[in-house]
Design a protein around this ligand. Structure first.
Ligand code: ADP
Ligand code: UDP
Length: 275
């Protein structure tokens, strides 16, 4: 965790995002950075504009999921790089849903990249960089107390529902949703009930997206495997979804941040310093 100067002290700085206090204790501001990492931090770079694109794409996805009633943390977008989210107690798991064989899955199970799986496969990994996010079973999850059996059931059904819906959303714009990673968090309701919410982000950083016709990769694999034109690929996803801001809006995103920061009574200088 790197210390960054900011308009208010960050609560956490991760590899791709910064979490800041929200206007009330039940919320957080999620700030999307241009930083990219791969292979458990071994590879790092800055992809100019990535944070803005991921913020907009993720907003679109979470809003669409809200429209079908899928419980998620997204409240509203604040500016070009930030969104207000419900603060959750995160479950330390990465839930990966796969529709088509790609990446390490191919090596692990001896499949050819691009093989359409007979059904969607859900995998769990422990979210722990020091351990390189090892795959874990439901037994590990309950034995170590990372989540209760009911919470695993809830995450599984939310992940599969999100997958069905998101495959359709991407298909409508000529993209194949190959696989993706989700994170979940819990909130404790006033009556003591625990609710599970979809959290974090849905973007080309966390999804493999291939063009339906050319099979061109339009996601973070372009960065992982030095395929070039990374920002252009993310921008193409945003364009197809209809969330790509005009060039002037992108140029003015500094101004957008400034006005949002000023609304909160905070200086925008420190925001610029993390870019
Ligand atoms: P990482 O921690 O893996 O480097 P990021 O840079 O994306 O990842 O940081 C974002 C952090 O915010 C992640 O650790 C993620 O688990 C956490 N997070 C996402 N959504 C929420 C939420 N609603 N409440 C609290 N934490 C969240
Ligand atoms: N993924 C992610 N964050 C991670 C690990 C995976 O967003 O820390 C996403 C990744 O972009 C891909 C899917 O989850 O869409 C499956 O990733 P996996 O870890 O299997 O990557 P691989 O090892 O196959 O390259």
């Amino acid at each position: 965790m790197r210390k960054v100067p900011h308009r208010s002290q960050p609560l956490y700085e991760g590899k791709a995002k910064i979490l800041l206090p929200g206007p009330d204790p039940s919320t957080l501001v999620q700030h999307f950075k241009d930083d990219a990492t791969a292979f458990n931090n071994a590879k790092r770079a800055t992809i100019e504009g990535k944070g803005v694109l991921n913020n907009l794409i993720s907003e679109y996805m979470f809003q669409a999921l809200s429209e079908i009633g899928l419980a998620n943390h997204f409240l509203h977008r604040i500016n070009m790089r930030e969104q207000l989210i419900r603060k959750l107690e995160m479950i330390p798991l990465e839930v990966v849903v796969r529709n088509i064989a790609a990446g390490s899955f191919c090596e692990r199970y001896g499949c050819k990249e691009g093989t359409v799986l007979p059904r969607s496969i859900v995998e769990y990994c422990l979210k722990d960089d020091k351990l390189a996010d090892p795959p874990v079973s439901e037994d590990h999850i309950t034995a170590f107390g990372w989540a209760h059996p009911q919470e695993i059931d809830d995450m599984l059904s939310l992940a599969l529902r999100a997958n069905d819906f998101l495959q359709g959303v991407f298909r409508a714009v000529g993209l194949r949703l190959v696989d993706f990673k989700l994170e979940f968090g819990r909130s404790v309701e006033d009556n003591g009930d625990v609710a599970i919410w979809l959290a974090d982000e849905i973007s080309p950083d966390t999804c493999r997206l291939w063009d339906r016709d050319s099979q061109e990769k339009l996601d973070k694999d372009r960065f992982r495997h030095d395929l070039g034109k990374v920002e252009r690929a993310y921008r193409e996803v945003a364009r197809r979804l209809g969330v790509l801001p005009s060039n002037s809006a992108l140029k003015n995103s500094g101004a957008a941040k400034k006005s949002a920061a000023e609304k909160n009574g905070k200086s925008s200088e420190s925001i610029r310093s993390v870019e």
